[in-house]
Design a binder for this molecule. Structure first.
Ligand code: GTB
Length: 213
């Protein structure tokens, strides 16, 4: 079986691992699934060949023996459900891990994305200075709640799962904001994720793409 994903031929972050192919690479590394990467330019994302894979013209996409997927949550869930290592066998624990995946993309990521937009795309708007603290506070609320639930545990629900993979991936985007530093348990949680050999391989591979001559 050949797995092919798409990634930016040059990520705007220069290889900091923030583009979403990193979380798919990480999942594939965790389960030991080899994969190929097709690099796509921003222009090519909006062309028919890529739109056939992802109607929104975004990376990453995932192809495997005729199956085409987009949306990182769906891709990571598929990888986790079809290989061992990212979801518990116990049905209740498995359901909880999947709930954490949804929490990552549906409850925690939206205010973090809003913060990126407020900081990067809206900062010159006349109302930006008034809005930014409100957006930051919405992020803090989620971080406070997540930190309270994590407590002193290493991972969100027992052993590391796809729920942690998605949550750490979402939180990583906050690093440059400084907000994560306000929550030492979450900073340590993210660092534990980054220290996993599978994450390190995924990060190194996307870095190599984004720093090649
Ligand atoms: N919900 C989708 C998913 O989870 O798969 C979102 C996919 C998505 O946002 N893809 C982005 C994309 O293709 C790349 S990851 N954008 C191009 C477009 O929409 O035209 C988002 C991203 C890009 C760059 C940075 N960075 O440089 O820091 C961080 C995150």
């Amino acid at each position: 079986m050949t797995v092919t994903i798409t990634a930016f031929d040059r990520s705007p972050d220069g290889g900091k691992g923030l583009a979403r192919d990193t979380r798919v690479r990480w999942a594939l590394e965790e389960v030991g699934q080899p994969y190929e990467v097709r690099l796509v330019s921003f222009a090519a994302l909006k062309e028919p060949a890529h739109l056939a894979l992802n109607p929104f013209g975004q990376i990453p996409t995932y192809e495997e023996d005729g199956l085409v997927l987009f949306e990182t949550g769906a891709i990571v869930l598929h990888v986790a459900e079809t290989r061992d290592g990212l979801l518990p066998m116990d049905p209740a624990a498995r359901a909880r891990a999947i709930a954490w995946m949804f929490a990552a993309v549906n409850t925690v990521e939206p205010p973090i994305l809003d913060l990126s937009i407020a900081r990067l795309q809206e900062r010159d708007r006349p109302w930006a200075a008034g809005r930014l603290p409100l957006v930051e506070e919405r992020v803090r609320t989620r971080l406070r709640q997540l930190s309270a639930r994590l407590g002193d545990a290493d991972w969100l629900d027992g052993d590391f799962t796809a729920g942690d993979l998605m949550m750490v991936s979402v939180l990583l985007r906050l690093r440059s904001s400084g907000l994560l530093d306000e929550f030492p348990r979450l900073s340590a949680y993210v660092a534990r994720g980054e220290a996993r050999p599978a994450y390190r391989r995924a990060f190194a591979d996307q870095l190599a793409v984004n720093t090649r001559p």
